[in-house]
Design a protein around this ligand. Structure first.
Ligand code: PGA
Length: 252
């Protein structure tokens, strides 16, 4: 399975800086196809810009959230159909920053994933434990519960999602899960997907949380780590491209 490297720009960027960043990423990536699939997820106002700059480049783009509603009186929300209009391939759902600051819960995250899938957009479903949960020995329970809400709603369509394991204590902190810690959780998530769908071999499970050029290769070498969801390092073209290069199998 090809690895997938996704940049999560979070609430960063401007028309000028996005153009500069993407120009540098495309230049440094060179002519595709690359060994891995590559995407960036930007704030909604910039999706039109991503569409015009990335169309035909081989780099896909996506949103950082999507509404659980189809359309109508939901001021401020962005629907999956709107994301589709702007060519989004992916939509991140259930990022820990949304769970934490916007009180998103399992059922809502699942409904968002469903909306995305209904429009042919691949949801990147984030799961992850806090430091307190890890220290109390609840890591598996927490991530399994978060994923269960989604697979319960999606059933056999669960094979169409991307999962991102992002330990909350590792996000933006410079603390990275060790490859062994990450692999252990990825194996748990893989087993859970196998129970939910007969096509779990299609699911890519990304690791996210302070992934950098220095630690990417070792993380991405783990058997159940199928790519990365990259925050801080995706804002620097050189770092992002180095992670993409670290994810691609060496061809001789
Ligand atoms: P980080 O963020 O790479 O800056 O830790 C990852 C994420 O939140 O998706």
């Amino acid at each position: 399975m090809k690895k997938l490297i996704v940049g999560n720009w979070k609430m960063n960027g401007s028309l000028a800086s996005n153009a500069e960043l993407l120009g540098a990423v495309l230049r440094q990536l060179g002519a595709g196809p690359w060994g891995s699939d590559v995407a960036v997820c930007a704030s909604a106002p910039y999706l039109a810009q991503l569409q015009s700059l990335l169309q035909g480049s081989g780099v896909a783009w996506g949103a950082q959230d999507v509404s659980a509603h189809e359309s109508g009186a939901y001021t401020g929300e962005v629907s999956a159909a709107m994301l589709k209009d702007f060519g989004c391939r992916y939509a991140i759902v259930g990022h820990s920053e949304r769970r934490q600051y916007h009180h998103e819960h399992g059922e809502l995250v699942a409904a968002k994933a469903r909306r995305a899938l209904d429009m042919g957009i691949t949801p990147i479903v984030c799961v992850g434990e806090t430091l307190a949960e890890r220290e109390a020995g609840y890591t598996e329970v927490v991530v399994k519960r978060q994923l269960a809400a989604v697979v319960h709603l999606l059933g056999h369509c669960s094979s169409e999602i991307v999962v991102a394991y992002e330990p909350v204590w590792a996000i933006g902190t410079g603390l990275t899960a060790t490859p062994e810690q990450a692999q252990a959780v990825h194996a748990v998530l893989r087993a859970q997907l196998r129970v939910a769908t007969t096509h779990a071999d299609r699911n890519r499970i990304l690791y996210g949380g302070s992934m950098t050029p220095a630690n990417a290769a070792e993380l991405l070498r783990q058997p159940d780590i199928d790519g990365g969801l990259i925050g801080g390092a995706s804002l620097k073209a050189e770092d992002f491209v180095q992670i993409v290069n670290a994810s691609a199998p060496v061809t001789v």
